[in-house]
Design a binder for this molecule. Sequence first.
Ligand SMILES: [Zn+2]
Length: 289
Amino acid sequence: MGLLSGLNGLGLGNFEDMDLYAPPVKDEEEEIPEEKPAAPAKPAAPEIKESDYVFEKSYTCPVCNKEFKALTVKANRARLTGTDRDLRPRYENIEPLKYDVVMCPTCGCASITRYWQGITDAQRKRIKEGISVNFVSKKYTDDTYSFDQALERYQMALANAMVKQAKPAEKAYICLRAGWTLRSRAENLDPDAADYQEEYERTRTMERDFLENALEGFVTARATDTPPICGMDDMTLDYLIAALSVEFGKYEQAAKLVGSLLTNRNISSRMKNKTLELKDDILKATRKK
Ligand SMILES: [Zn+2]
């Protein structure tokens, strides 16, 4: 798997051959409380500099107990300008997804913000043994995170999720957000750069790798977990799985979910419209074949 190919520099090159959705090794089952989803961002006055949208937030590492700071997006500051077909949000002047991983610079414990709280004793031990012993300390000193730093942080979150044997939903959620971050990276590449085409294709290929793994994990989570999954109600999750399925040519799976969404009486008008658009995409794609 190439998802974690960037972690050599952090001392974690051994993650390359690990199976993301390998069944968990038996250990005491412990429930991890999920954080409640944040309130949707309200529009605010546009700003120019990305660093104006972020601040240094203090965290205490649940594994090594050291305090550290990580850049975090200020609440309600960024203005939402739209969403992609697979629900990826787009913001003006900033990519908040770059700031969604909290990572301890001392021991390498990393997680997306949603799952930062609520680590179990068994998981703490696994992270110490599977991450911290090899981790090469990493400090981020700029006032923003670059896309490459953000990717590295997502890879660390994914490595942590694998080591702590997180549920498929958590791994899928990391892959989804990493994939979206890579799409954003591709969109923000300088088209005048000499290696633009090469970098664009490399980035979009990585995006697809992550999103394909996200799809696999969400399909498993849907079959095994009870909603809300990663803060998504069952209709949102079904829509997301359908949209990702279309992306990977799994039209039958997508059509099934779209059909059940459109007959659901509780569907919101916004979700219904998006689902109808998706249905059109499925029809167009399957007619061409
Ligand atoms: Zn730590």
